[in-house]
Design a protein around this ligand. Structure first.
Ligand SMILES: [Zn+2]
Length: 254
């Protein structure tokens, strides 16, 4: 979005560090080579972000000198966007849950102290529409990202603009910064379903995959799992009533 007014003054600052300190490809420590500054306009004010950018120094690795940005950055704002995701989520909620017009949304944002033009509200609503239009049926896009990088680092963020508004859940890949999926759901259980859906969408099983099972390995695995479950039951019995558990053991053994 082209900005006509000067960048607004920041009202708070945050330092974002990478959670993952080792290279996702070769596992060696990455260096914090430089920092980026980014200003994001959110519902709660203008935040100055200081982003610690890391890079792998392993010259033989696949990700040699490729930027690794703090995972949290994507929960603040979409790439190249000046307005935060929580503003986009609020615009979407006001439009579709409260059926407000662009002019009304504009007024509400201004009442909350978000300096925004009416044209920008239209633009933000377009971003919201694009976001929720992304869906897993676009497997080719998802597979292309995973294939290019060899891996995905998934993050889930939930944005609830206000009490009563539905939560906008966003699932994104931290390596590419791409949003994989965004959906409004009232229940948190949905996010688990979405994450599983992404994981399974990345790998579709064929009949051949499923037939290549070694019966002996499968039986061993099943027996191990049964044993594991029995151990857990015993542990639980002991924890519930240690004295009674030990008394029963004594009776059996003595
Ligand atoms: Zn590396």
């Amino acid at each position: 979005m082209a900005r006509k007014s000067p960048q607004p003054k920041a009202t708070s600052a945050e330092v974002l560090e990478c959670v993952q300190q080792n290279c996702p490809s070769c596992g060696k420590p990455m260096w914090n080579e430089y920092n980026n500054l980014r200003r994001v306009r959110t519902i709660k004010g203008v935040v100055q972000l200081l982003l610690k950018i890391h890079r792998c120094q392993n010259i033989t690795g696949e990700r040699y000198r490729i930027k690794y940005r703090p995972e949290q950055e994507g929960s603040w704002a979409l790439p190249q966007q000046e307005f935060g995701l929580n503003v986009i989520a609020l615009v979407g909620a006001l439009r579709y849950q409260e059926q407000r017009s662009i002019a009304q949304i504009h007024q509400q944002l201004r009442n909350r102290g978000v300096e925004v033009s009416e044209r920008s509200v239209t633009h933000l609503l377009e971003r919201y529409d694009e976001l929720v239009a992304l869906w897993l049926s676009d497997h080719s896009r998802l597979k292309a990202i995973a294939k290019k990088q060899g891996r995905l680092i998934l993050a889930i963020d939930g944005m609830q603009p206000d009490v009563g508004h539905e939560v906008l859940w966003v699932i994104r890949d931290c390596l590419s910064g791409e949003i994989l999926l965004a959906k409004t759901l009232l229940v948190i259980r949905g996010t688990v379903q979405l994450a599983s859906a992404i994981a399974t969408a990345l790998h579709s099983f064929t009949a051949q995959d499923l037939s290549q099972v070694c019966v002996q390995t499968w039986q061993q695995l099943r027996s191990d799992l049964c044993q594991h479950q029995l151990n857990r039951i015993e542990q639980l019995r002991f924890r519930r009533n240690p004295e009674a558990y030990l008394a029963t053991l004594e009776q059996l053994l003595l």
